[in-house]
Design a protein around this ligand. Structure first.
Ligand code: ZN
Length: 310
């Protein structure tokens, strides 16, 4: 494929509490909530989006908070760790900030020459902040984290697999290049990407398959500029034998989905039209926005959803 993919678009995970989730990503990590809407396929559930000022592709962490959902069990066939990019020299600040707010799982390590700080998300989600040199993306500073420390967006994500070969071939087909292997982990990267450039494959042949629940990643989305590029990617994947969904309108982007050989659900999403499609840029994420097809249910949806206090 003459790939049009230029990095990650978003990562979508499952949460147990909308309020705890919103507090963590805004007040603890300092991201901007850029959209408060519902799961278009299950409108009795929120879909919350966090990212930089505009929700630029490559910065967007999203959640379905399912009230009362059981805890996920980590394993293979899923995204294990989602990596955020932070400026060089900021890990000390982050360690102190996260520890001070009771965040668990803090551990410093160096991987592929990058210093990183692992931490647990609100449901035990696997995250790390990685110091990335020369990441010029502006971070969101509206939640009290300075521009010298703010999260820039994702740097990448790590997938846990029983066997990495077929997924590695798929990534190369999508335009990624194999960079290096450290222990069980092989790093792939896209050149000239949007900043969320790396995908790591962690191969664990004896591990059990993951059970999805709170703290699990539901799917990982890759970014293409527009619908024409998405149509090309879709055609190439289908020509190679992948079963890809039709193009689905997600209001803020257009989406296609396909299951990868290692079991991880991939999405390819467009950068257009963006999160300011249905509300002004200065008020992103404040009001509950519903897609047209669910607007008639607004009273029932609002009565059912737990309100989120900012
Ligand atoms: Zn998605």
């Amino acid at each position: 494929m003459d790939s049009k993919i230029n990095g990650l678009h978003h990562v979508t995970s499952i949460a147990s509490s909308a309020q705890a989730n919103s507090d963590f990503f805004t007040k603890t990590l300092g991201l901007r909530r850029v959209k408060k809407t519902v799961n278009f396929d299950a409108p009795d559930t929120y879909h919350l989006y966090y990212g930089d000022a505009a929700g630029t592709p490559g910065s967007v962490m999203t959640y379905f908070p399912f009230r009362g959902v059981g805890q996920g069990r980590p394993g293979t066939g899923e995204v294990g760790t989602t990596l955020f990019s932070v400026p060089e020299g900021s890990l000390g600040y982050w360690k102190q900030r996260l520890a001070g707010q009771g965040v668990t799982g803090l551990a410093e390590e160096t991987r592929f020459g990058e210093r990183r700080l692992r931490f647990d998300g609100p449901d035990g989600d696997g995250f790390a902040l990685a110091e990335i040199a020369g990441d010029t993306r502006p971070g969101w500073t509206g939640n009290g984290v300075s521009g010298d420390d703010a999260v820039r967006g994702f740097s990448g994500a790590s997938l846990r697999l029983r066997d990495g070969r077929a997924t590695g071939e798929l990534l190369e087909f999508m335009g990624y290049r194999r960079l290096a292997t450290e222990g069980d982990v092989t790093r792939y990267a896209i050149e000239g990407g949007n900043g969320a450039n790396t995908v790591d494959l962690e191969v664990l042949p004896g591990a059990d398959r993951a059970l999805q629940g709170a703290g699990s990643v539901h799917h990982i989305a890759f970014s293409v500029p527009d619908r024409a590029a998405q149509a090309e990617v879709r055609r190439s994947l289908m020509d190679t034998g992948y079963q890809v969904t039709p193009v689905i309108d997600r209001d803020y982007f257009w989406a296609i989905y396909f299951r990868t050989p290692g079991g991880v659900l991939f999405e390819v999403a467009t950068a257009e039209p963006g999160f300011d499609r249905d509300e002004p840029a200065e008020h992103l994420g404040e009001a509950l926005k519903l897609p047209r097809q669910h607007e008639a249910l607004r009273d029932r949806i609002e009565a059912y959803l737990d309100p989120i206090t900012d």
